[in-house]
Design a protein. Structure first.
Lengths: 168, 168
DNA sequence: TTGTCTGCAAACACTTTGCACTTTT
DNA sequence: AAAAGTGCAAAGTGTTTGCAGACAA
């Protein structure tokens, strides 16, 4: 009877693919849905979680459709996708890193200083405190970045052993 | 303001100035205590809380001692001060920002994306949540870095005017 | 003296832009 | 056909490096 995960209400659709959302965004702004932009959205949507412009460009050039991708267009399109709310951009060590943003709640990271693994987590409590602190400084928070440094369980329980394999 | 780093060694009270700590650091590494490095440490120690290389260079050039300061030396010395534990470095929007590290308790920042000002704050609540989250992942937190992005009061109330405030 | 440090200019890595040509609409 | 997009090359940022002369130790 009831269809799970169907949130359609009249003309309000919810299950848009990133490509569709991007096309809408472009059209709404009088921008054009070009082959390059389509190739880039499709590629980005179907791949890795975190990437930078260079990686994307390299990947694109390995595919037949994106073989002729140019660096400026990649940058331009990534910026548009950020505007469209499809991607999140963050700058780490001077280079821009992008990650998908499907409207999920913001997540943060636990960073193990031994094995350098990133563990994702999210906390509503955290956001509440963030907003409370911001408010007390008459500051309007739009986002945040939190990295908790420490040592993960694996690395703690195996400290008896000598070195670890991973990248040094 | 020059803040000394105080701590006890047995019954002997030790109070080293940043300049002294830096000199020790340099000597211990066979590096030299040059006029430029001294000028830079003194300047950095006595001024603003947050700054970037360019600001520092500009400021230095307004003083008689630092008039001939070169960009490479500023960068090199800042890196050494970070190594020496005198400064903290963080990268915001692709630019390195430095702040003093006097061993004060951890604090975090509100970062205004308009005027790029950093506002410090600290929250015990935040640390509690941090530790709780870490614990739930069997992770031992040793520290964290949080930057809350948003817009400060000044920039919100003056958005009609095209105003580029100096960053601090 | 000896070896480090400095300043200059040039190199760098990443990103953006000017412009003539191509493509979507 | 009109307007926006693309790729190329070149220009920008912010930061780092090679090197000959300058200077602590």
């Amino acid at each position: 009877m009831t269809v799970a995960h169907d949130f359609s209400l009249g003309s309000v659709e919810v299950a848009l693919t990133p490509a569709q959302r991007f096309a809408e965004f472009l059209q709404a702004r009088g921008k054009r849905v070009t082959r390059q932009r389509q190739v880039i959205v499709d590629h980005v949507s179907s791949r890795h979680e975190h990437f930078d412009a260079d990686q994307l460009l390299d990947d694109l050039r390995k595919t037949p459709e994106g073989a002729g991708a140019s660096r400026p267009t990649v940058y331009r399109t990534l910026a548009e996708m950020v505007d469209a709310g499809l991607l999140h951009k963050m700058v780490l060590d001077g280079r821009a890193v992008y990650e998908h943003d499907y409207g999920y709640p913001q997540h943060d990271h636990l960073y193990c200083s031994v094995c350098q693994r990133l563990i994702e987590f999210s906390s509503d409590e955290l956001v509440k405190i963030r907003d409370a602190v911001a408010a007390s400084h008459q500051f309007r928070a739009t986002g945040h970045k939190l990295i908790v440094t420490g040592i993960c369980l694996d690395c703690r329980t195996s400290k008896a052993k000598s070195r670890h394999q991973d990248r040094v």
